[in-house]
Every structure is written in structure tokens, then in C-alpha cells.
Design a protein around this ligand. Structure first.
Ligand code: GTP
Ligand code: SPV
Ligand code: MN
Length: 598
């Protein structure tokens, strides 16, 4: 059937699924330019996408999804471990045998009238011993073209795989075509028939019914986080929802920082920021996922398993994130943005007015003053990391980069200061375990308000979150040299005053906080003790050139005892969910916080 591989296990697996799904044809992706062009040609002709103005956006395309298929679907995402306890209180659990039975019914004939694509991909630099190879089966050409940007994809992966093992990733949009039936622009199944399922024991992924983002690009959240987190626990490393950046100070000293913020809370922006303080430089290793392992020298090293960015489009501009804007100058796939009459794209706060006649993501025409939603709030761009102007020279280094600091954060309009540092690893683990954030548009159907999103991994941890906390504690315990463990910080760019005004300018000015973090790691900045951890000394954060009152800064660094007592009650409630899975070390940290507040 193919000349691309002799891997019999792979060939058998593909044949089995072809028999079940009954596609019109099977195509093994070689990852070539010609193949990519051909797929886009087919999709343009079929009306699935529009080729953008080649003078403005070379080699770029715009897709609009079905209105039911605009983000991850957390209530349709399942961890199918043998025991329910192993999925834990934060995941939807389903019995693996029953789930497979249900899904096999759905997969039966689900690719009728379509092509089945076989996508060999590597998460991590090809051939690196830290990388993992997956094979995604899909009936979506959109998925193929996205995977070609987001991962190392194609024939070269099969060459490295040889007759070795791979992580099987099964995907269908779940919309078979009857003979003669015309396809729609974005085929998918209704919400209640979407299933994003993971089998941690057998390390398999089965996804059905959605074509969007993390539901369908299975290397990303499904493999590199949910399945990889299980492997990481078994093997003693960390698979995290974190950006990785390199920061260089005016003296030319460079350090690497990883940061976990919940979905749509600023990872891409921080990873690519342009410092507003003179002499500092930031470079990007990754914007969403970090795999971290100890090196022989006892230092924690991180790689970015991805090869592209699936970034939030709205509010990305020359002003907020020029490096992301220029990552999308060419070779980019846009999803759910507006299409302007001159063949360009538009989203809210892109930096110019929306031209009359722009077609919104739902096909409605925008004219000035109309209330047409031009871009969906979770509209995304898929862009190559290699096109990012500030990509770090080491971004593909299979050895990874040494991590000096880990940041946690979320959207907290009150209570949580701009920045504070953990006293030690366990306290830092506690910080990660209590991340809270206002809900964003990155997932469908969540109630508004602040929710706990521990380690920004709530939707992405492939096993019991209590055991995951324990794994973090254990990483600290087993570190051969505790002094080499990354220092841990919590940041909050999203503080507001009573009138709802942002207290902190954010974006490039977050470099002012990164500089303090850097200097803390360098041993050149002081800190003051507080009940919640170590705060910057007054005047330690450089605010030169900012239009900010001394009072605003005071407010940003304030630890309000009343608010923190209320926070403690919420943390107790949150921790209670984990029962006897909650590590003693975290219960101790909570007790210490209470005692310090008293
Ligand atoms: P995922 O890709 O969903 O994991 O999101 P992310 O964490 O990479 O978030 P991203 O950087 O795309 O930011 C999401 C939204 O937060 C965008 O609309 C940004 O404009 C906004 N944002 C990012 N950084 C800041 C900041 O420092 N201050 C403020 N006020 N908003 C920010
Ligand atoms: C997120 O939701 O955290 C994302 C987008 O990075 S998706 O790939 O759709 O999960
Ligand atoms: Mn993410």
C-alpha cells in the first residue's frame, strides 16, 4: 500500500483502521512542499479555505470553522484509564473498553467519501532521544497542513522510526459523505458526538467529531501533554503547559525561564516579548509546551516539542506582540479571523480599523457600525517557529536549555501580587497547585469567574492531579543538587483597580518583572519576606519611563491579609477534592501559609 515504510506494525495498524473507516483512498504524507501545495489547492477548490493575497501574506490561507467547533471541548475530553481513580477528580473518566466500543461504532464508515491521511510526526527535534514519534490518522486535510507547521512531519520521520514504536493517534471529523453528497466547508460532528479520548495505559489517542486545534492536532495537547505527562511520571521527568524563553541582561549573561499560564493567559506574548527596559533581550524557545529532564550535571533542561505556534489571534498586534505578528507574515494558516476585501485578515485590536466589506468568520459582511463579530475570540494563527524573528538559536537543540526559573500565573483581578517568589521547591509546587484564573475563550462551555487551574494543567493532565502534585514534590526530592533546581515565582499581569483599570501595562513591560526574576537567580536582587512568599523590595522593580503612580506599584505588590484569608478558604476547598492523594508536603505548605497569615 505504501513505499514510505516497511514498519509492519504501522502498516497493519493503518490497514485495520482503513477497514473500519472505509475511506475512498489512503494517502501517506511525505511532508513535501508539493504535497502541501496540492492539499491547499484541493481545499481552495472545495471552498474549505481562501488563499490570501500573495503580495500581503505569501503562502497563507484562511479557514472558518463550524460555529459548534471553535475551541477545545473539555466536557467531551476523557481520560480512559483502567481505574477511575487514576483519572482523578479533575478529569472526565470513562472505562477504556466501553469507550472503545462506543467509538468503534462511530468510526465505522466514518471516512466514506473522504481520504484517509497518514501523518508521521515527531514531537521534539527529529532523532533526538528526548523526542517522541506519533502517527496521526485523519480525514482532514486541514489537520495535515496544520500538523506540517506544528510538528516535524513526513517521510523523514518514518526513516527515523524504522521498525520502531510510535504513539498511535486516531482522528476523524466524524462526517462521512454519502455517494454524491456535497461536502461542507468545515465538516465535524455535533458537540455531544465529539470525543477526545486518551488511553494512558496503552498510550493511545482516539479523537472523533472535531477538527479544531487541540481536539484535532493530536501531537499538541493530547500527546505532548496528556499522554506525555503519564510517561513523564513513569520515567521521572516533566511534561508541562509552559513557554520557554531565553533572557539576556545588559552584561550579556543569558538565562532560560519556563512559565505556566492557563490557556489564553499570555504564554505566547511573554515568550516573544520585546523588553521595554534598555539592554535586555528575550528570545523564544517555545510558546506552549515544555518537556523537562535532569541532565547529568543535575540541572533541569527543557525542550520545546513543537515546531510552530497555534496562537491566539485577537489582540495580537504590532504594539502588543510584533514578533508574533511577523511570525505570521507568510506560510501561515488563519482560523476564524475576518477576511478583508483585499485578501488580508483582520481581528480585534490588530492595529488598524476593520475595512468595510470584511467577511466575518460566520460569513457575515461587516460595515462600519454593524455588530458583526469579525473574528472569533479564540481565532488562531498557525505559524512556523522558524519564521519567528526572535527564535532562539538553541530552539532545536536536542539537549534542551538549562532552566533557571519557573513562573506560574493566571488572570487574577485582585489578591495576587504582580510577582512573588517561593521560598523553596515545595513552596513553589504549592504555588503551582493553587493557580487560579478567570475563564477565557480557549475552551467551550465554561462558567465565567475564577477557577483553579493547577499548573495550568487542569485540562491537560493525563492522570490523577493529586498524583501529579506528588510527582512535582518527588522531582524536588530526587534532584541530586537542590541548589541547581529552578527558582519558582508567581506572576500576575492582570491586576485591576476598583474601576476595572489594568494596574500593570503588561506585554513588553513584563520585562521589568523578568529582570527582577533574573536578578534573583543571579543573586543580585533583594527580596522581603511576606506571609505568601518573597516580594520585591520597594523600588526593586524598574518602573522608569512608565506612567505609573507610586500608589499603583504599592497596590500591585500588596498582600492583603483579608483577601488572602478568603483565598485560603478557597484553597482548602480546592485541596479537599484530592482526598488522600494530596501530598502531605502541600498540606504542610497550606498550614504554613495559614500560620503566617494569623
Ligand atoms: P494558549 O495558546 O491558549 O495556551 O494561550 P497563551 O497562554 O499563549 O496566551 P496568549 O499569549 O495568546 O494571550 C492571550 C490573550 O491575553 C491575548 O488576547 C493577549 O493580548 C492577552 N495578554 C497577553 N499578555 C498580556 C499582558 O501582559 N497583559 C494583558 N492585559 N493582556 C495580556
Ligand atoms: C490551549 O487551549 O491551551 C491552546 C490551544 O494552546 S489548543 O491547541 O486548542 O489546545
Ligand atoms: Mn496552550
Amino acid at each position: 500500500m505504501t513505499t514510505l515504510t516497511k514498519n509492519q506494525k504501522l502498516i497493519n495498524w493503518v490497514n485495520e483502521w482503513a477497514t473500519i473507516c472505509q475511506p475512498d483512498s489512503v494517502h501517506w504524507c511525505d511532508g513535501s512542499e508539493e504535497e502541501n501545495d496540492r492539499l491547499f489547492d484541493i481545499m481552495v477548490k472545495a471552498g474549505a479555505c481562501v488563499k490570501l493575497n500573495d503580495k500581503k501574506r505569501p503562502n497563507s490561507y484562511a479557514f472558518n470553522s463550524d460555529p459548534s467547533d471553535v475551541a477545545r471541548v473539555e466536557n467531551r475530553t476523557f481520560i480512559c484509564s483502567e481505574k477511575e481513580e487514576d483519572a482523578g477528580p479533575t478529569n472526565n473518566w470513562a472505562d477504556p473498553a466501553e469507550m472503545k466500543k462506543t467509538l468503534l461504532e462511530k468510526y465505522k464508515g466514518c471516512m466514506k467519501g473522504r481520504t484517509m491521511y497518514i501523518i508521521p510526526f515527531s514531537m521534539g527535534p527529529l532523532g533526538s532521544n528526548i523526542a517522541k514519534i506519533g502517527i496521526e490518522i485523519t480525514d482532514s486535510a486541514y489537520v495535515v497542513t496544520n500538523m506540517r507547521i506544528m510538528t516535524r512531519m513526513g517521510k523523514a520521520v518514518l526513516d527515523v522510526l524504522g521498525d520502531g514504536d510510535f504513539i498511535p493517534c486516531m482522528h476523524s471529523v466524524g462526517a462521512p459523505l454519502a455517494a454524491g453528497q456535497k461536502d461542507v466547508a468545515w465538516p465535524c460532528a455535533p458537540i455531544e458526538q465529539k470525543y477526545i479520548t486518551h488511553f494512558p495505559e496503552t498510550k493511545e489517542i482516539w479523537s472523533f467529531g472535531s477538527g479544531y486545534g487541540g481536539n484535532a492536532l493530536l501531537g499538541k495537547k493530547c500527546l505532548a501533554l496528556r499522554i506525555a505527562s503519564v510517561a513523564a511520571k513513569e520515567e521521572g521527568w516533566l511534561a508541562e503547559h509552559m513557554l520557554i524563553l531565553g533572557i539576556t541582561n545588559p552584561q550579556g549573561v543569558k538565562k532560560y525561564v519556563a512559565a505556566a499560564f492557563p490557556s489564553a493567559c499570555g504564554k505566547t506574548n511573554l515568550a516573544m516579548l520585546i523588553p521595554t527596559i534598555p539592554g535586555w533581550k528575550v528570545e523564544t524557545i517555545g510558546d506552549d509546551i515544555a518537556w523537562m529532564k535532569f541532565g547529568k550535571d543535575g540541572q533541569l533542561y527543557a525542550i520545546n516539542p513543537e515546531a510552530g505556534f497555534f496562537g491566539v489571534a485577537p489582540y495580537t498586534s504590532e504594539h502588543t506582540n510584533p514578533n508574533a505578528m511577523h511570525s505570521c507574515d507568510k506560510d501561515t494558516i488563519y482560523t476564524n479571523v475576518g477576511l478583508t476585501p483585499d485578501g488580508d485578515i483582520w481581528w480585534d485590536e490588530i492595529g488598524w480599523d476593520c475595512p468595510d466589506g470584511t467577511i466575518g468568520w460566520k460569513g457575515e459582511k461587516y460595515t462600519k457600525g454593524s455588530d458583526v463579530q469579525v473574528a472569533h475570540p479564540n481565532a488562531r494563527f498557525t505559524a512556523k517557529a522558524e519564521n519567528c524573528p526572535c527564535i532562539d538559536p538553541k530552539w532545536e537543540d536536542p539537549a534542551g536549555v538549562p532552566i533557571s526559573a519557573i513562573l506560574f500565573g493566571g488572570r487574577r483581578p485582585s489578591t495576587v501580587p504582580l510577582v512573588y517568589q517561593a521560598r523553596d521547591w515545595n513552596h513553589g509546587t504549592f504555588m503551582g497547585s493553587i493557580i487560579g484564573s478567570e475563564v477565557t475563550a480557549a475552551a467551550i462551555g465554561l462558567a465565567a469567574g475564577v477557577r483553579r487551574d493547577p499548573f495550568a494543567m487542569l485540562p491537560f493532565c493525563g492522570y490523577n492531579m493529586g498524583d501529579y502534585f506528588g510527582h512535582w514534590i518527588k522531582i524536588g526530592e530526587t534532584a541530586t543538587d537542590k541548589n541547581k533546581l529552578p527558582k519558582i515565582f508567581n506572576v500576575n499581569w492582570f491586576r485591576k483597580d476598583e474601576s476595572g483599570r489594568w494596574l500593570w501595562p503588561g506585554f513588553g513591560d513584563n520585562s521589568r518583572v523578568l529582570a527582577w526574576v533574573f536578578d534573583r537567580c543571579n543573586g543580585t536582587a533583594d527580596a522581603v519576606e511576606s506571609p505568601i512568599g518573597l516580594l520585591p523590595k520597594e523600588d526593586a522593580i524598574n518602573i522608569e519611563g512608565l506612567k505609573m503612580s507610586a500608589n499603583d506599584m504599592k497596590e500591585l505588590l500588596k498582600v492583603d491579609k483579608k483577601l488572602w484569608e478568603a483565598e485560603v478558604a478557597l484553597i482548602e476547598e480546592h485541596f479537599a477534592r484530592f482526598g488522600n492523594k494530596l501530598p502531605k508536603a502541600l498540606a504542610n505548605e497550606l498550614a504554613t501559609l495559614k500560620a503566617k497569615l494569623a
